[in-house]
Design a protein around this ligand. Sequence first.
Ligand code: BYC
Length: 328
Amino acid sequence: MYGGGNTFDPITDTKQATEDPQKLQEFEARIERGEKIEPSDWMPDLYRKQLIRMIEQHAHSEIIGALPEGTWITRAPGFKRKLALMAKVQDEVGHAQLLYAAAETLGKSREQMIDDLLEGKSKYSNIFNYPAFTWADACFISWLVDAGAIVNQLANSKGSYGPYCRALERICVEESFHLKYGHHCVIHLATGTDIQRKMMQEALNRWWEPMMHFFGPPDKVSVHTEVLMKWKVKMSSNDQCRNQFLDMYVPKILELGLTIPDPLLRKNPETEQWEYTEPDWEVFKKVINGDGPCNEERLAVRRVAEARGKWVRQALLKPKTEYVTPLA
Ligand code: BYC
């Protein structure tokens, strides 16, 4: 069993001094031919560790990501919105199940992954450490956070590790419903009353920088992109995903009469790349390392959920005499 948490030394690990060169060459040739690597196949230790790190963080992002939207289920405006949001939040938790299962195929147990999350050893997406103050914040997440996630996940679903790719394919199908739901919610607010439009604009202002952070640090400083792209785990770099997101969604946001809170944002017609105000990467670092506006609250909620669900897990795993229900 691999149980090493997320402690990761990219410098020493990328040396791969201990790998059998012949096996490594065959492995890389398979990847080059576009074959999928399956759990029982030989793989370099670094490939395994990188996949565990990335899939595990992704799984945590799904369950933590359910929290800011989840708090809006009881306050969603109207029965249809409540139903749709409840289904979306359930889907996100289901995505975490698929992803934990994919990560488990690499040898790290789900219990260890959850422990590492609750002890603050594992990361999860920066974006879920911000509060959803208003209904418009929840709408922003459903539309644009899901949109960003699809850009990244659709690319990576064509990657090299079979279980992760299959999980991502299914997740993307569900996310595309979320996207339509979120877009519908945002259209409603952006074309509604003055108060609704203002509320939507303020949410966009709050979430724009975290959204730019969402795709990860710029390629020139990204630690893991090079090796992950070489082994086709990541199929697009952080900057490519960010650029694709801007290509697809800036026109849609502007079409709704909303203003993107970045006066420097423009597409350079020669390079075809978006130019923008560099988001504050020091803020990003703080947030992903546990010091964002909601990190403590998010983990506290997960800890309570874990403690409350313990008796159910015990009941499933152990004979009846060995567990105590909360009512006993
Ligand atoms: N947030 O070398 P880099 C969803 C970390 S959930 C936090 O570029 P990499 C949804 C990175 O881990 C979908 N940390 O990393 C759910 C690394 O730190 P460590 C979430 C980040 O791996 C519910 C360091 O910064 N999507 O859609 O090459 C409701 C250096 O970065 C972030 C995924 O998880 C970040 N944003 O690239 C609604 C996709 N960015 O590990 C919606 C899967 C970077 O060395 N993950 N870091 O300590 C990926 O595609 C890649 O891991 C990333 C980062 C593009 C995120």
